[in-house]
Design a protein around this ligand. Structure first.
Ligand code: X2X
Length: 342
């Protein structure tokens, strides 16, 4: 395994010099040995996704503000493996940073999937109020217990839509028997089983080929992902189901995080959370404008009435089951944000 701690001698940063006070300032020629940190950050989306564009700018800002002492190397687009693999690498310390959907993280931290409950969030303002508020704080607290550190601002993946190669999804009945890829997460599987569909868990790294070879007939993702991963090439229909909101927690390996000097942690925290806010705006704008572009590429769109879908989940016992799994306290935090889910 590559050593991520590379001690090098380098001049102190201005901020570091100020912190040491006048004794050292009187001898500015004396350079203090400072450890250089080179951390790997991995993610599952193509380079063209706003997440990678903002992460790159963030890494540059961190390098600049630490005078080159903190370098973040980005490995986009599943270069280091699928999500399940990257999560293992993050926990083992082979990578130090990773952005992961809370729903997939729930295989380790059960509470982290709660924002993905079907049809819970009606719009973005409600999402950010909850995720930047008590619900998000609760989830980050649960993540901390697992030895991982979640940065405060969650990054946007988006509201998820349903694509298909075989038929448009217009009503809940259209899901019955439908072979759909879902990300590896019990919540996703449970939800599509409640619709009577046949969900298969597949990491995003394998989704294009799974659709191309007709291992599955459909998948669900925000329009931004459908665009940057070119899923429109292997799908025909897109139903604007908006069935859940999904975001990426920016996670750090706990031990790697603790090794960083407090000042570097502060620089990183500032830039990563600022980048998250910018990425949210990018993704929201992108998702809002993509329908016509994707239609021009051949995707046939339809809207759906969410009510019968929600009713189906309710009558299948989906909400009751997950309320029980998360517990009353967590469920109340969700309902405080989105209203009663029944
Ligand atoms: O795997 C997916 O579908 C993706 C890209 O949306 C996630 O990261 C959950």
């Amino acid at each position: 395994m590559e050593n991520t701690l590379i001690p090098v001698r380098r001049p102190m940063t201005r901020r570091g010099a100020l912190a040491l006070g006048t004794a050292v300032l009187a001898m500015p020629a004396i350079a203090r040995a400072q450890t250089k940190f080179v951390y790997k950050y991995a993610n599952n989306v193509p380079l063209t996704h706003p997440l990678n564009i903002r992460a790159k700018a963030m890494a540059e800002a961190v390098a600049k503000d630490t005078n080159g002492a903190f370098e973040i190397k980005i490995f986009p687009n599943n270069q280091l493996g699928g999500d399940t693999d990257m999560l293992s690498q993050l926990r083992a310390g082979g990578i130090q940073f990773f952005t992961l959907s809370g729903l997939i993280l729930s295989t380790l931290v059960p509470a982290a999937s709660i924002n993905g409950i079907g049809f819970a969030f009606p719009n973005y303002p409600t999402v950010w109020k909850a995720m930047d508020g008590p619900l998000g704080a609760y989830i980050r607290g649960e993540i901390a217990k697992s030895g991982l550190v979640a940065m405060e601002k969650i990054w946007d993946n988006g509201f998820r839509q349903t694509t298909s190669a075989t038929k448009p999804i217009k009503t809940p009945q259209d899901f019955v028997g439908f072979k759909i890829r879902v990300p590896p997460s019990p919540l996703w599987t449970s939800m599509f089983k409640a619709f009577g569909a046949a969900p298969t868990s597949i990491n995003f790294s394998e989704v294009y080929s799974a659709l191309q070879t007709h291992l599955v007939d459909g998948q669900e993702n925000p329009l931004a992902i459908i665009e940057v991963a070119k899923l429109y090439e292997v799908q025909k229909y897109c139903a604007l189901t908006n069935h859940m909101w999904d975001g990426f927690w920016f996670l750090a390996n706990g031990a790697a995080w603790k090794k960083l000097p407090a000042e570097m942690q502060a620089v990183f925290t500032k830039h990563v959370n600022e980048a998250a806010l910018l990425e949210r705006t990018d993704v929201e704008k992108l998702n809002a404008g993509l329908q016509s572009q994707l239609a021009a590429k051949g995707l046939v769109f339809n809207t759906v009435d969410a009510t019968p879908f929600r009713d189906k989940l309710r009558s299948a016992g989906f909400y009751a089951e997950w309320h029980k799994k998360y517990g009353d306290a967590a469920w109340k935090l969700l309902e405080n944000s989105v209203g009663s889910l029944g």
